[in-house]
Design a protein around this ligand. Structure first.
Ligand code: ASP
Length: 288
């Protein structure tokens, strides 16, 4: 198994070493799995459990003071599952996997997605707040008026950059998988869903490449970043060349900040970002 994970594109983190340790641990958990889909799920689950990342515990808060999580995953056979706008769900990636495996759909959102998690024995009603989240929320002077207008004007003023989302891509030489999980952008309007649970934007997989993205979700979504990188590999570019070239095009066309990781069927990888930082960890089974 070859596996590459990321901890989000954004500004340089305060404590990169502590975050790198967790990314390395996530890669180590994933690389021992039998199948790529299990590998990316296991790696992302490890990152969702760590408050240093904007996924699961430690996720961003929306304008109504609710933390909602999103995730998506896809395998090279073309099968995909995603779930979004879920309150109190730590392991959004597990719900995405249930959508992929158990439903005829690709994306399920909101309270029904939380109910689906419940019925699949995935933990819900989790406390995803950390002390850091509470401080940040208080400092943003949240809206005290519950009207849609108050939320919208507050979200417009405070809506933050993409940051610290997590993702993983893996291949065993025959099959590929990609997974991405997030709490979304900080202080977005309640109910906002970004790129992460949307096929071709936050994640994508073909027989030739698996891709996970991070960054300004609205720009990634409009551009279709993950799919464009996978298509470039299918057209014969190396994963690194595809990541670099497509990300340059993304920056020029959208003006947004983003990062991308990609793995080809032969285990070659590519990593590119136009933000200050994006931490990654890479392992092959031989390394473990
Ligand atoms: N792309 C994510 C979103 O917009 C944020 C991130 O990557 O950190 O929801």
């Amino acid at each position: 198994m070859d596996l590459l994970v990321h901890g989000g594109a954004g500004s340089a983190p305060d404590d990169p070493h502590a975050r790198q340790t967790v990314l390395d641990a996530a890669a180590a958990v994933g690389v021992d799995c039998e199948r790529p889909v299990a590998a990316v799920t296991a790696a992302v689950r490890r990152l969702e459990a760590d408050p240093q990342f904007n996924a699961g515990v430690g996720s961003a808060v929306q304008s109504d003071g609710v933390i909602r999580t999103d995730a998506g995953l896809m395998t090279s056979d073309g099968s995909a599952g995603a779930a979004g706008a879920m309150a109190g769900v730590k392991h959004a990636i597990d719900v995405a996997r249930v959508v992929k495996r158990e439903t005829p759909h690709v994306l399920v959102v909101g309270e029904p997605a939380v109910s689906l998690a419940d019925s699949a024995d995935i933990e819900t009603a989790c406390d995803l707040w950390t002390e850091r989240t509470r401080e940040r929320w208080r400092a943003a002077d949240p809206p005290d008026d519950d009207s849609p207008d108050a939320h919208l004007s507050w979200a417009r003023e405070h809506f933050g950059d993409g940051h610290d989302t997590v993702g993983a891509v893996a291949t065993d030489g025959r099959r590929l998988a990609a997974a991405t999980s997030t709490g979304g952008r900080w202080f977005a309007l309640a109910g906002r869903v970004g790129d992460v649970p949307q096929v071709g934007a936050g994640f994508y997989a073909t027989p030739g490449a698996a891709v996970s993205t991070t960054g300004d979700g609205e720009a990634i979504l409009r551009f279709g970043l993950a799919r464009r990188v996978a298509d470039a590999v299918a057209d014969g570019e190396s994963p690194q060349h595809a990541a670099d070239r497509v990300l340059r095009g993304f920056a020029t066309e959208t003006g947004g900040g983003a990062g991308v990781i990609v793995i080809g069927a032969d285990g070659q990888t590519g990593t590119a970002y136009n933000t200050d930082a994006m931490q990654t960890a890479k392992l092959a089974r031989e390394d473990t």
